[in-house]
Write a protein that binds this ligand. Structure first.
Ligand code: ADP
Ligand code: MG
Length: 349
């Protein structure tokens, strides 16, 4: 099983960390009066007739503690606006957002600044590093903003430099780093205060494909070591599938479907989703658990974990000669996997 995928033997959040309910963000003249509009005046047609942009329309979902929740959609579908509503970098026009039960839309300036500074970490597409500060200085910056003394801030920054694989480059300036290295600094900086909530808006979109994969692995590794509630925006389905516990697909300001990668591929809610996921090989997202037969087997030739995707255990399935047992995390047998069914899933395109 690859490192990245080992993460997917996952995590089902018991507790809600972030709750979003009926959130709208409307741009344009007269958006302020939107709240008093009846439902019939809130349709896409009514909004466009009035020259309003419904960047986020009636979004509702919960994110579990420790979950990686990915917001995906084409450019202009409202992903960044939705993410920014969650951090209140943009004020939603309407709706409710709670973090651990606390209504963040009711927070005053100071409490909001405090929440952002202490409990949220953010990473953006264009790294937004301070050009005249070194790697260490950039990473220590959020700690200094919290009033932590220089020596402690620097010690913590050194830990983070090592965590993101930049040891030896502590004193470089951003211009002396590659794009991938700059984004590693961005990631380290976002984690400096050890935040509960991690928000990432297309953090790897400006990077080359190989560097991108490296940094995706980095995110998965960091989540394995210290799982945070993460909201990750991307327009790249491949990235979404690698990272997500669940994916929300947006189209023109609306969330069309929310589900695990497996649910989106096997049960797309609309043609739009179907077209989006059409190129995903089913074995990459379908889990052994979904193919499993609940029956006991006398003597298994081998066993595979229920949480693994079929791709992850492909080599074992291909090599197996006898019955395959399916096991839970504790190693208990849950049922059996029919080799033929698994091979058909592997062959399906
Ligand atoms: N400040 C703004 N003023 C007016 N319209 C905006 C503003 N920000 C975003 N929009 C519009 O809202 C829609 C969603 O934008 P955005 O959230 O940036 O999409 P994405 O991140 O998915 O590319 C787009 O139509 C965009 O033009
Ligand atoms: Mg965006």
């Amino acid at each position: 099983m690859s490192e990245a995928n080992a993460f997917h033997s996952r995590h089902r959040a018991a507790e809600t960390a972030i709750s979003v309910s009926s959130v709208w963000k409307v741009f344009g003249e007269g958006a302020a009066r939107f709240r008093s509009r009846p439902p019939a005046e809130r349709t896409a047609e009514a909004l466009s007739r009035d020259h309003l942009t419904g960047a986020v329309q009636d979004a509702s979902f919960d994110i579990g503690r420790g979950e990686v929740f990915v917001i995906m959609g084409l450019s202009g579908s409202g992903k960044s606006t939705l993410l920014r509503c969650l951090t209140r970098l943009i004020e939603p026009t309407e709706g409710h957002i709670t973090f651990g039960g606390q209504d963040i839309l009711k927070l005053g300036e100071k409490a909001l600044a405090d929440l952002r500074r202490r409990r949220m970490g953010m990473v953006f597409q264009h790294f937004a590093l301070l050009p005249n500060r070194t790697v260490l200085g950039n990473i220590a910056f959020p700690l200094e903003m919290q009033g932590i003394d220089r020596a402690r801030a620097e010690a913590r920054a050194r830990e983070l430099v090592a965590l993101v694989g930049l040891s030896g480059r502590e004193t470089r300036l951003p211009t002396q780093l590659s794009g991938g290295q700059q984004q590693r600094v961005g990631i380290a900086r976002s984690l400096a205060t050890n935040p509960e909530f991690w928000f990432l808006d297309e953090p790897f979109s400006a990077l080359d494909p190989l560097i991108r994969t490296d940094l995706q692995d980095e995110v998965l590794r960091l989540q394995r070591e210290q799982s945070r509630t993460a909201v990750f925006v991307t327009h790249d389905l491949d990235e979404a599938i690698r990272l997500a516990d669940r994916i929300a697909i947006m189209e023109n300001g609306r969330i069309i479907q929310i589900g695990t990668p497996e649910e989106l591929v096997t049960r797309p809610a609309t043609d739009y989703v179907r077209r989006f996921v059409a190129k995903v090989p089913p074995a990459r997202v379908i889990r052994v658990a979904s193919l499993m037969r609940r029956e006991s087997i006398a003597s298994a030739a081998m066993s595979v974990p229920a949480e693994a995707t079929v791709s992850e255990v492909a080599a074992q399935i291909v090599a197996s000669a006898g019955p395959i047992a399916v096991t839970d995390k504790a190693g208990r047998t849950l049922g059996s996997l029919d080799r033929q069914t698994a091979l058909e899933t592997l062959a399906a395109l």
